[in-house]
Design a binder for this molecule. Structure first.
Ligand code: ZN
Length: 296
């Protein structure tokens, strides 16, 4: 009887692992509801504590890789075909070296900043190399480090994302479907150019089983994609219908500190988004340089 119950629990557990949905988040497993360090949260910038952590050291993110793109039914997930050359990150207050496992997206964003929800959010999931792989690291305190990048809407496509967008189109209609990118790309396209400004807190995975002890880094600089690129996400199918959004509801902070590392670089670099405004910005810089040289 005990064995039979065990079998039922295992079977149900395994079934739940893939059959949970965003429509009914109150029935997610135990820890998702009882945990006290859950994610995502709203970051109130007036309540963050300033911190002076060392800059991150990213290794291997500018190498080029092909990737597998999968419709998991809950998100679109990207796994690099890394042939053993896994990109790693260290410093930035991380207690070790973390290897990139995969990247996936949420639409709209899961984290909010001062109550503002962005149109999309990217999660780059990393595991502490001392635990060897994602599964072993997931059940350890500080085993996982997730980097979050928020997206803003721009009038132009982010052209670096186009090899991935083309493949998303192929897997959009079928849960469990995987396709390979036709072009290689470097994983640094997933990160803002300036990674020295970020928020840091300890939270959880935002999907079942909601394991806690995850080190979250949310970059203060955003990436920009167009409405039409966002529509590749919102036209994805889950098991129950169109996955028009896939974000978890806000979780209580419960007194957790949220740290902010302020970037020393001026914000102007990130405000300049579209190609047209980049050109205008460069022209303006040249004009100022000429005036400066003339007056000198
Ligand atoms: Zn996520």
């Amino acid at each position: 009887m005990v064995q039979f119950l065990g079998f039922l629990v295992l079977t149900f557990g395994a079934a739940f692992a893939s059959h949970w949905s965003y429509d009914n988040q109150t029935v997610w497993p135990e820890l998702c509801n009882s945990g006290t360090r859950q994610s995502p949260i709203n970051i109130q910038t007036s309540s963050t504590k300033q911190t002076y952590l060392l800059p991150f050291i990213f290794t291997g993110y500018s190498e080029r890789f092909f990737a597998n793109v999968t419709n998991t039914g809950h998100t679109v997930k990207i796994n690099l075909q890394n042939n053993g050359k896994v990109p790693t990150v260290e410093r930035g207050g991380l207690p070790g070296t973390y290897a990139l496992d995969s990247v996936h997206f949420h639409w709209n964003s899961e984290h909010t900043i001062n109550g503002y929800r962005y149109p999309a959010e990217l999660h780059a999931v990393h595991y502490n190399v001392q635990y060897g792989n994602l599964d072993n690291a997931t059940i350890r305190e500080n085993g996982l480090a997730v980097f979050s990048i928020l997206f803003e809407i721009s009038s132009d496509d982010d052209k670096y994302f186009s090899p991935i967008m083309k493949v998303i189109e192929k897997v959009d209609n079928t849960v469990g479907m995987t396709a390979q990118t036709n072009e290689s790309f470097s994983p640094d396209i997933f990160f803002p150019r300036d990674t020295s400004g970020y928020y840091r807190y300890i939270g959880s995975l935002t999907t079942p089983d909601c394991n806690e002890g995850v080190i979250w880094t949310l970059f203060t600089n955003t990436l920009h994609i167009s409405e039409s690129q966002v529509s590749y996400f919102t036209s994805m199918w889950s098991e129950t219908g169109l996955l028009t959004e896939n974000y978890r509801t806000q979780q209580p902070i419960n007194g957790r500190p949220v740290y902010e590392k302020i970037s020393p670089l001026p914000k102007v670099i990130t405000i300049v988004t579209s190609n047209a405004s980049k050109v205008a910005y460069i022209k303006l810089l040249m004009l100022f340089s000429i005036i400066y040289l003339y007056l000198k």
